[in-house]
Design a protein around this ligand. Structure first.
Ligand SMILES: Cc1cc2nc3c(=O)[nH]c(=O)nc-3n(C[C@H](O)[C@H](O)[C@H](O)COP(=O)(O)OP(=O)(O)OC[C@H]3O[C@@H](n4cnc5c(N)ncnc54)[C@H](O)[C@@H]3O)c2cc1C
Length: 264
């Protein structure tokens, strides 16, 4: 869904830094103007320090909103995320947002939302789950990882887990788990799928949703610079029904796309 947010660039105070695994932290920031307009699926672009290393901001999904606070779930994979993960409480960062589009959740066409995620792809799911639940939707989380050690501690509810080695929950991929559980879940009413995670998982989910004719929104990632459509750093190919494969800027026409548009 494409809609223009009121984008602000604000200095936000880090209220809490909480490590939840060896390389993942939840950063809570006081950001009233972003918290009041953010929608599930939106992201923010954060200047993680005041030096030129790294020069560019880093994009992060909005993990949760509580009053004037926003939470970011950050996995340390390089220079910017390492600095952000270790942010000192009381320090400040510049935050641009809310950016991008959002999950399409206002539809009356579905009763149950199945949130399918893997790895750091669970980041946008808490905000999404809370918003869906407030609308009276039933929400089920399917969460995948290679082993039990790759499953992040979650505040999500109604979770079912899949691991490649069977060390926690279903043995297989999270899309295999969906295939197993769909017939039972479908008995409760129409479904919509929401996905975020590694590209192979999203491709498998997109194929599954098309085979079963189930609406599915997925949130994509790419390397990104400005976050507002100027630098063209986040161009990705999508598969449109009318124009065939076309290049879009993920920061503006994404990060959420209809799974049918994913080039699989
Ligand atoms: C819309 C959007 C939402 C995101 N939400 C989150 C989130 O909620 N939590 C979170 O932890 N991360 C999220 N990311 C990914 C995050 O932005 C990157 O991990 C971060 O920019 C890497 O910065 P760095 O300086 O730590 O890594 P760098 O030092 O720049 O790079 C380290 C290595 O990671 C690779 N890399 C950099 N960016 C990405 C990427 N996006 N995907 C895969 N590989 C990458 C580089 O090519 C390099 O090999 C999101 C990205 C996008 C586009």
């Amino acid at each position: 869904m494409l809609e223009t947010n009121t984008i602000v660039d604000v200095r936000a105070t880090i209220v809490q830094t909480r490590r939840i695994s060896s390389n993942v932290s939840i950063i809570t920031m006081n950001c009233p103007s972003i918290a009041s307009t953010a929608r599930p699926g939106n992201f923010v672009n954060v200047k993680v320090n005041t030096t030129s290393q790294p020069l560019l901001r880093r994009p992060f999904s909005i993990h949760n909103v509580q009053g004037t606070l926003i939470e970011i779930m950050v996995k340390s994979i390089g220079c910017g995320t390492a600095i952000f993960s270790d942010s000192k409480e009381g320090s400040t960062v510049m935050v641009l947002g809310p950016l991008g589009n959002f999950f399409a959740i206002t539809s009356h066409d579905f009763h149950t939302a199945i949130l399918v995620s893997g790895g750091i792809g669970t980041a946008p799911m808490l905000f999404l789950e809370k918003t869906l639940a407030a609308q009276g939707k039933t929400v089920i989380n399917l969460i995948g990882g290679r082993t039990k050690h790759d499953l992040l501690p979650q505040n999500l509810s109604n979770c079912r887990f899949a691991t490649d080695d069977g060390s926690n929950g279903f043995k297989g991929t999270v899309v295999d788990l969906l295939r197993r559980d769909l017939p039972d879940i479908e008995k409760e009413g129409p479904i919509k799928l929401f996905g975020c995670g590694p590209n192979p998982m999203l491709k498998a989910l997109a194929k599954f949703s098309m085979e079963h004719c189930i609406a599915c929104d997925i949130s994509l990632e790419s390397v990104m610079g400005c976050g507002i459509g100027i630098c063209y750093g986040c161009s990705v190919e999508i598969n449109t029904p009318d124009e065939g494969v076309r290049t879009v800027l993920l920061c503006r026409e994404g990060p959420v796309i209809d799974a049918k548009l994913l080039v699989v």
